[in-house]
Every structure is written in structure tokens, then in C-alpha cells.
Write a protein of this length. Structure first.
Length: 191
């Protein structure tokens, strides 16, 4: 397994920052990291698989987990859309002697960072070069309607304020450079 010095890796990125590609690359490069599958009440996108990309839950199921204190953190990330990390998911990964990689929004990340020390959790923020670039990327992806894209841009603008809370900030301007930089950061903690 190597000497795992952090017990959690937290990554935050606005939707459209290249998050999926970066997470995939990290998981291929660092076999000791396992993707923590979040629960969500948002609708499944084309190509997504329940239990792989997310645990897709109804509002009632999600509320039941909140009431049971089953989440290590949860947020209403977008209006009426809930996302959260189940304790059972983190324990499943720790039981395999792996380190969970949590891809969460900024509020969720900050909540986790206040709970875990730097020696236990490393946080990375993937920054987009500019809001204009983000808008262009989201429109190109064309998987959401105009109102959803607008909400995502508003959220990205808001989240930029909290960048200084993260252990590491990497700008995804050129994907190759970004991947290399992320690799270097994680190598320090995992090799
Ligand atoms: P998407 O709907 O594009 O998959 O994700 C939307 C946002 O939800 C992203 O910013 C993502 O980081 C965040 N997110 C995904 N899972 C979780 C989670 O378990 N907790 C929190 N707080 N945010 C999450």
C-alpha cells in the first residue's frame, strides 16, 4: 500500500473545470486512492451509473440518512439538489486499507477540513482560468439547460472566494500541466 500519510483526499472544482478527467487521472495514477461515491438527489445524467458515479436517492431516502446521522457531510449544493458523503462509504474504503478521494463542493470541503487535521486530509481546489472560460466549457458540454448553466456559473463565482482555505490550488488552463501539478502534489503525500 505504500506509506499513506493522509487518510482523506478532498478535491473541489466548479462544474466544467475538468473535474471528471482530473479525478480519473488521479485514480489511475494512485492505486491507493479510491473514489468515494456520494449520494445525491439530482437526476442521473446520460451515461451515469447508480452505485458507480453516485448513489442516486429520492428526497425521502436522503432525508432518512440525514435523520439517522449517516453522512460525514451533506449540502444542498444547488437549489433543491442534495449531495452527501455517507459514513458507510468512507468506512468501506478505509476497511480496504485505501484512502478515499472525495469530490465535493467547496462548503463540503471546508466542513471536512475543519473536522480533519492537515495530517489526516489534503485538499485540492481546481481553479478555472476565468469565468468566461467556464461558461464556454459548460455551453460546449451542452448537458444542461441555460438556467442550470447560469446556476453553476453563479456558484463557481461564489466558490472562488474560499480558495485560500485549501491546502493546494491548481489552475486548469492547460490540462496536461494541471494533471502534472496534481500528480506532483499527491506524490508528496503518497510516495
Ligand atoms: P455534479 O452534479 O456536476 O455531479 O456535481 C455538482 C457538485 O456537487 C460538484 O461541485 C460536486 O463537487 C458536488 N458534490 C458531489 N458530491 C458531493 C458530496 O458528497 N458532498 C458535497 N458537499 N458536494 C458534493
Amino acid at each position: 500500500m505504500g506509506s499513506v500519510k493522509a487518510s482523506l483526499v478532498i478535491i473541489s472544482a466548479p462544474s466544467g473545470a475538468g473535474k471528471t478527467t482530473i479525478v480519473k487521472h488521479i485514480l489511475q495514477t494512485f492505486p491507493q486512492l479510491t473514489f468515494s461515491i456520494s449520494a445525491t438527489t439530482r437526476k442521473k445524467r446520460e451515461g451515469e451509473i447508480d452505485g458507480v458515479d453516485y448513489y442516486f436517492l429520492s428526497q425521502e431516502q436522503f432525508q432518512h440518512h440525514i435523520n439517522n446521522n449517516d453522512f460525514i457531510e451533506w449540502e444542498m449544493v444547488y437549489e433543491g439538489k442534495y449531495y452527501g458523503t455517507l459514513k458507510t462509504e468512507i468506512n468501506r474504503i478505509w476497511n480496504e486499507n485505501k484512502t478515499p478521494l472525495l469530490e465535493v463542493d467547496v462548503k463540503g470541503a471546508i466542513r471536512l477540513m475543519t473536522e480533519y487535521k492537515d495530517s489526516e486530509a489534503q485538499s485540492l481546489f481546481i481553479q478555472i482560468p476565468s469565468i468566461a472560460v467556464l461558461k464556454e466549457r459548460l455551453e460546449k458540454r451542452a448537458s444542461e439547460d441555460a438556467a442550470t448553466i447560469a446556476a453553476r456559473i453563479e456558484k463557481a463565482t461564489y466558490e472562488l472566494q474560499f480558495v485560500s482555505h485549501f491546502n493546494h490550488v491548481v489552475v486548469n488552463d492547460k490540462l496536461d500541466n494541471c494533471l502534472h501539478e496534481v500528480e506532483q502534489i499527491l506524490t508528496k503525500h503518497f510516495l
